[in-house]
Design a protein around this ligand. Sequence first.
Ligand code: ATP
Length: 698
Amino acid sequence: MVNQGNKTMDAEASAEPELQMAIKCRDVSRSYGKLKVISNMDLTVPQGQIYGLLGPSGCGKTTLLKCIVGTLKISRGHISVLGKPPSFPGHEVPGRMVGYMPQDLALYNEFTISDTLTFFGRIHGLTSKETQARMDFLVDFLDLPQKCRLVRNLSGGQRRRVSLGAALLQNPQLLILDEPTVGVDPVLRARIWQHLVEIVKTGKVSVIITTHYIEEARQANVVGLMRNGRLLAEGNPQEVMHQLNASTLEHAFLQLCETSDLMDSKQGSRQQGESKHSLESGQDESRPILSIGPGGTPEDIPKHAVDWKVRARHVLPKWRNISALMIKTLIRMKRMPGSLCFQFLLPVIQISLMCVCIGGDPKGVRVAVVNNETSSSGYSQLLLGFLDNSSIEQVPLSHADAFTGIYNGEYWGVLGFGQNFSSYMTRRALHPQVSKDVVDGGSVHVWLDLTNRQIALMLQKKVFQAFQEFVDYELDSKAYMVALPIKIEEPIYGSLNTDFTTFITPGAVLSITFYLAVGLTALSFVLERKEGLLDRCWVAGVSSLETMLAHLLSQLFVISVQILLMLLFVLLVFKIPNEGSLMLVVALIVLQGVTGIAFGLVISAAIDDEQSANQAALGVFYPNLVISGVIWPVECIPYPLRYLSLALPQTYASEALRCIMYRGWGLGHMMVWRGFAVTLGWNTFFLLLATIILKLRT
Ligand SMILES: Nc1ncnc2c1ncn2[C@@H]1O[C@H](COP(=O)(O)OP(=O)(O)OP(=O)(O)O)[C@@H](O)[C@H]1O
């Protein structure tokens, strides 16, 4: 009986004058991995009508709407929205022509209602006057609370209405509303439907709406009843009910489900004997059981040509969108002052801790002194007087106690002087030939605990320095007789007492800038994607490149403040020398910050959840720090790992920064421009990669 009705109504429809179609889906399929969610679906939304898309939870309604707005790619078939496929160059879908209310709220929690509508108004290119007028209307119409209320403080239903307001804002030609009436009281629900009915009356606006409340869809001009990714029926709600002799849409739907189950089981038993080919073609599946009205035919898929100028304009980023997104980020920052202060202060804290704690000479290192020379005017006492007391704490002990102490880990070394140290040392210096006992007794004996190389090296250096100062003082012009025949001349670059902090600071500044920038951006898209904000902005007409550039520019502001504060501390508080151009120093650090932002954007474009994004950012941190030559010279890294090290973003950049700061070199030196070139190369690569990933995934 249903099939008969179907045929009659198809025939009637073909006799009617042809309607303009707002949306045409032909043979559309979409799968998530192996799960086929939409199967060979044909759906037609006539221009100037309300189309109610109905169906149980999980039947694929949201997926279909996402395919229609273009945020999901279809696996097969063709979709035309307002005359062209979504995201066709020059077509304002996505863009101003479409108002999309996603199922997720997709609102910025830190925004007020007014901020939210102003943001979408900017993206759609409305003037502030137009936005204001629409805002006043929508606040009144949707019964919204005061405009200055923060979205995060609104109830679920209020948020939903704000989200609907954002979709209605620019008076779009096509409204795509995914469950706009959930959580909305019956009075307002009726008003929303009344409004939709009114706006379609002009014939210029079309609406596709999904709802769980099947009966409210009676007010739609056309309903599509969906089940398991298929359209069971499409037609005017009254006619659907009439055809199925049902008193309510719900009953009609129930009947269709039963018919569909019956047909499926019949088809299943038939197909057992048939070839696999007919199973896969799926052509039968695509036809609704009941089709009343303007269905589509495969041959009406038009071909569209596009001018290269239009194509170029479509690809080029729009400053309007970038500035809207930047203002959005700045407003969000302003609404989280604690987090912003923390972001500004964190690099200062990190670099200060590094300068204070890493690279300086160890202090108060306990050393046991076994002095068997009793005379207080002996050379041993004199020599000990030249030891740097701030670094070394001398503990006079007997031989036995000193060795017990060092074995117990109480001392880092033992200095031993023989009974006749002074006389033997003189004899060593003056006589060309002396016995082994004299050589031995005239030497300072040093036993070290070498488990801590830095402390042991410092002790050795301090003992040699003390000895040199002692002989210079005691022997004056004859000092050459006992001193080592090696003279360390004035350094070409740097100073004689350069400490490890000086080496590590440039690399540390770059690493801190890089990783804080990664941290700032690695989650930016992850959270926005999760909350549906990325998709919503995309449907409003924001491209991946614009999203990327807006993030980059607004985060540049944050890292500029970070870099300024960090450099103030490094140069003025910790007095790290800078012999070169401050402009070059700042430029290189800012570019490294951009590399960090771009890398963070890659992570956040590629990864869906916060935990994985955090893990990726943290996972890269330590290996990169270790093999970038930031904390230890690259020359210590064995081949072939060194090649990897040299290719990393911070290796040549750290070297370049050291060359600028300590050697005073400029861009004329290869070691400097190489650092800039590698940094710029990585910036470009990461930004392109992030844009491509985001484009592919949005
Ligand atoms: N990103 C995804 N990855 C894998 N499966 C998905 C994804 N999104 C949706 N699905 C699956 O696709 C099917 C259809 O989901 P969809 O959200 O389109 O249903 P729906 O009809 O809108 O349901 P509801 O009315 O509850 O919103 C469901 O089985 C769902 O689990």
